[in-house]
Design a protein around this ligand. Structure first.
Ligand code: SF4
Length: 255
């Protein structure tokens, strides 16, 4: 059954709606952003309104690949799958694709019922009311190297951020993947616009390389980014991280 044909039941929740789940795994460790290094379960939803040049999750983006890769699960089934995983984390990360394309109100409610903290990462292109109730919202706008940083992204991001300011009381962070100096200047501009949010900069990972070369290049880019940020007073409050999951697991999926 599709989301559009779902029926309503319980606390206003769509009882039988299903959602395209491309990956559901854990326990693992969050590799980026404010929860970097924290144990977590991950749910990766299929479907995205962007096509970033360096996307490492195209299996959750391209409609054909999503059709092949995704299981269509109800929120109850998603929670049951998480609960059936080995014990450990109390954090569930909802990722994509862009999870904000979906109505995950029911899922967030059920995860909270199970005493999980919920973190969401989205590029800030589409506001959803349920985003107001998650414990950590990571807004990850896409810089010039993605090929997506046009005027529409800026307009949508502005509208998204005004909803964040109106509705959210929980933690919200800005996380920007940086590949080059142009991206870094762009990230500094976004930081200036949203100084109320902590800024996390992630050194970007190159695709389609052997594992050791991927990690070697990431190390070089991370060092460059550390040195570049350390010299900028406008980024004195930024935190600079590599994509930790790449160091641990390379570009393997589902870990
Ligand atoms: S927004 Fe994220 S998931 Fe979508 S194309 Fe860009 S990097 Fe990939």
């Amino acid at each position: 059954m599709s989301v559009a044909t779902a029926t309503q039941a319980g606390r206003g929740r769509p009882a039988r709606a299903t959602f395209p789940v491309v990956e559901l795994f854990g326990p693992t460790v969050q590799g980026e952003g404010p929860e970097a290094g924290m144990p977590a379960y991950f749910v990766r939803f299929g479907g995205c309104d962007f096509r970033c040049a360096w996307c490492d999750s195209m299996h959750a983006v391209e409609p054909m690949r999503v059709r092949t890769a995704a299981e269509h699960l109800t929120t109850k089934e998603i929670v049951a799958r998480i609960v059936a995983l080995p014990d450990g984390p109390n954090l569930v990360v909802l990722s994509g694709g862009n999870p904000a394309l979906l109505d995950l109100t029911d899922l967030v409610g059920r995860l909270h019922d199970h005493r999980f903290a919920v973190a969401v990462e989205t590029q800030g292109s589409r506001w959803r009311t349920w985003l107001a109730s998650v414990d950590q919202l990571v807004v990850s706008p896409k810089p010039p190297s993605s090929g997506m940083a046009g005027q529409k992204h800026m307009r949508d991001l502005q509208a998204f951020m005004s909803e964040v300011a109106k509705t959210r009381t929980g933690r919200t962070a800005l996380k920007i993947v940086v590949f080059d100096a142009h991206d870094l200047d762009w990230a500094a501009d976004r930081h200036r616009e949203h100084t109320e949010m902590p800024l996390y900069l992630s050194a970007g990972t190159d695709l389609d390389l052997e594992e050791q070369e991927t990690i070697d290049r990431l190390r070089v880019r991370y060092r460059w980014l550390c040195e570049a940020v350390a010299q900028r007073s406008d980024l004195a409050a930024a935190r600079v991280l590599p994509q930790l999951h790449v160091i641990a697991w390379g570009t393997a999926k589902g870990v």
